[in-house]
Design a protein around this ligand. Structure first.
Ligand code: NAI
Length: 684
């Protein structure tokens, strides 16, 4: 049999050390081994208490996910926990490292919790659309009260040893296992009583929970697991524990089988596979990334500078004029001070980050930088000029990145004698907040530069996705087609508020027209004007609104009216009239458009473009596009992204709709060959 635990007796203690690499996942064999060892210590009259601990970095990362597919065998984790609780002798857990999910729940089945300094506790189930299912929702509130338990259950954020101690989860933090064992022996010899967490009652009043639940509900966007998590913690106040535990277990199973959990599992694995690059081996040597330069202290430049500073990397921002530089640096300072004032970061962190962002008006200041990110005006001649000058001053081997959102990076790279060092790093606005980073590979970008950019992205807390050069790269190219379909539907007979409602009901934080109002209609208008006839379908209504000075929220009027600085728009009869005029001019007889048609036409447009992008090799895989939409475009994780949604709906149906729209609506519906092929093999 596999060697899964070590056992040892020491004075009055029977010690069980989990030894199942790599993470002490609580699979059947490990559960059985713990159960047997505990039983043996229970039967041994010399032993007065059992100690349970892990090894290395891990106490236990929780369930064994391979059992989700292969099926589980008894003893289940809940059986093992019940056994520890029903025994006659106290069980003390020494959490040596990561205790996540089931690992944390196993600890809550013990009488007392000791922590080593490296302990980390979390319930990450919420990230996969679920709640803890082995007692976590009932026992944690009993230990630390409903509101704090709810935060841990609904955020999935790990807490460290000192926070856990402060919250009252643990008895003590001890330097090492030895110190823990000495302390536990003393306590046992002094007559350590049993203290089953399940027998405690929840401190505080239930209405505190309603207040604590409110912000979670506001942010939940119909996530079932959030609602169930709140119900579960509420039950800990009122229901007998065995009934509540049965409900929790059943709810866990139900959520596990739900489409939301499926979607969240998909996006979880999609984010991991997005890191893999087909032709760049994982062991590609990385270039150093110890200091950075940014060119341009505008909106993006300052945001990107903060990303580096947040990760502890010193960064120098270059501007053309001292005034603009000062303004940019003042914005950085102000952002950090606001974060400090709101308690998001400590005063020391704020100071340190402000210190890490320096500035200069001379490009030579980035001569020693390992990486330079250019974020100047979006104009090819300006960017080429910057890159030619960077080529002259930067040290050999420096990575030269551009944050362009529309320009051809091959042409930018050609302004240097080192195109192998040039790459796109497409941050999304606000750059210090948005998770998505499109890493844009140009024709000659070196593999080590790609590998370094992907690693850097992760290091600065982003979710990097590799894409290729094309107009709009992956995200914006897809998103513009989604928006275009919304425009066409409006000209055919839908109204902006109907379109937006379809998408907010579906789970988006905002509909496409409200997004345009937020971003400013002048932005898209200027781009369309600059491109002239290259725009494949005229955004006539949007252009008319921009020409009338209706730029959106910032002017109080756009697709909607925003009286007195309101952030939510209200429908405007003037816009309705303007839309009707446009339809009339185009000879379109307006008709009622169903919500379903709006949903499917906008989404399938997006999905078809997504397949085209994969077909062209601009993105490596369809799941990367889901990662892009979830992390850069506010797509709900509970839907798993648009490409996943298409698969869930059935690719055969999607392909049939797309082919029909191609015949009925126009050439922009030309079905992607890859979509047709995958639809065929999916239905075969
Ligand atoms: P911005 O206009 O706020 O900032 C550009 C800054 O660059 C200005 O402060 C300007 O003085 C400075 N600058 C211009 N030429 C320079 C030079 N030769 N040397 C040093 N500084 C110079 O523009 P924003 O919005 O920050 O955009 C910058 C880049 O980021 C553009 O390429 C844009 O397409 C891209 N981008 C913008 C996004 C956005 O939402 N604003 C999103 C993603 C990318």
């Amino acid at each position: 049999m596999e060697h899964l635990i070590d056992t040892e007796t020491r004075g009055p203690l029977g010690i069980i050390r989990m030894q199942r690499p790599p993470v002490n996942a609580l699979g059947f064999a490990l559960r059985s081994a713990i159960s047997e060892a505990h039983r043996a210590f229970e039967a041994d009259p010399e032993i007065k208490a059992t100690v349970l601990t892990g090894n290395g970095r891990f106490f236990s990362a929780g369930a064994d996910i391979t059992e989700f597919d292969t099926g589980r065998k008894k003893p289940y984790l809940t059986d093992l926990i019940a056994q520890l609780e029903e025994g006659t002798k106290p069980v003390v857990v020494v959490i040596n490292g990561i205790a996540y999910g089931g690992g944390f729940e196993l600890s809550l089945g013990c009488d007392y919790i000791y922590l080593l300094p490296g302990a980390k506790l979390a319930f990450p189930e919420i990230n996969l659309g679920n709640i803890p299912g082995a007692g976590g929702t009932q026992k944690l509130p009993r230990l630390i009260g409903g509101p704090k338990a709810l935060d841990i259950i609904l955020t999935g954020t790990p807490i460290d040893a000192s926070t856990a101690l402060e919250l009252g989860i643990a008895e003590a933090i001890v330097a090492d296992e030895e110190e823990a064992l000495v302390g536990i022996t003393e306590a046992v010899e002094a007559g350590m009583p049993r203290r089953r967490i399940r027998d405690l009652s929840v401190p505080g009043a239930p209405d505190e929970l309603d207040i604590a639940a409110e912000p979670h509900l506001r942010r939940s966007r119909c996530a079932l697991a959030v609602l169930k998590g709140i119900d579960a913690v509420r039950m800990s106040y009122s229901e007998p524990i065995d009934e509540a535990l049965a409900w929790e277990r059943e709810t866990f199973q139900e959520l596990n089988a739900s489409s939301q959990a499926r979607a969240q599992r998909h996006i979880f694995f999609a984010e991991r596979s997005a890191r893999k690059i087909e032709d760049v081996p994982a062991n590609t040597p990385l270039r150093p990334m110890e200091n950075a330069g940014i060119i341009g202290a505008g909106t993006m430049g300052t945001g990107i500078a903060m990303c580096f500073a947040n990760a502890g990397i010193p960064v120098c921002v270059i501007e053309q004029e001292q005034d603009r530089l000062d303004q940019g640096l003042a914005r950085v300072r102000q952002t950090y001070e606001t974060m400090r004032d709101r308690g998001r970061i400590s005063a020391e962190d704020a100071e340190e980050r402000i210190r890490l962002v320096t500035g200069a008006v001379d490009l030579a200041a980035v001569a020693r930088a390992d990486i330079v990110v250019e974020a100047v005006f979006e104009a090819m001649d300006v960017k080429r000029d910057v890159f030619a000058r960077l080529d002259a001053v930067c040290k050999p081997g420096a990575i030269l990145a551009t944050n362009t959102s529309t320009l051809d990076i091959n042409k930018i790279a050609a302004a240097t004698d080192r195109p192998q060092d040039v790459i796109g790093l497409h941050f999304f606005s606000p750059a210090h907040i948005m998770k998505l980073l499109e890493v844009v590979r140009a024709d000659e970008t070196g593999k080590d530069v790609i590998a370094t950019a992907m690693a850097l992205g992760q290091h600065i807390g982003k979710i990097p996705v590799l894409v290729g050069v094309c107009d709009g790269f992956a995200g914006n190219r897809i998103f513009i087609n989604f928006n275009r379909e919304a425009q066409i539907l409006i000209e055919e007979g839908a109204l902006p508020w109907q379109v937006d409602k379809v998408f907010t009901d579906w789970g988006l934080a905002m509909g496409p027209l409200s997004v345009m109002d937020l971003a400013g209609l002048d932005v898209g208008y200027r781009i369309r004007q600059a491109r002239g006839s290259q725009t494949p379908y005229p955004f006539t209504t949007a252009d008319r609104l921009a020409e009338a000075g209706r730029y959106g929220q910032k002017t109080g009027r756009g697709w909607y009216l925003y009286p007195e600085g309101a952030r939510r728009g209200s429908p405007d009869p003037e816009v309705e009239k303007l839309i009707e005029d446009v339809s009339r001019e185009k000879g379109i007889t307006r008709r009622p458009v169903s919500d379903e048609e709006i949903l499917h036409r906008c989404l399938w447009q997006l999905v078809n473009t997504g397949y085209q992008i994969v077909e062209e090799g601009i993105a490596q895989r369809t799941s990367d596009l889901d990662v892009i939409f979830v992390n850069g475009y506010g797509w709900p994780r509970t839907r798993g992204g648009p490409m996943f949604y298409a698969r869930e709906t059935g690719l055969a149906r999607v392909a049939a709709d797309v082919s029909r729209y191609y015949e009925e609506i126009g050439p922009h519906w030309k079905p992607s060959a890859l979509l047709l092929e995958e639809a065929k093999s999916a239905s075969a």
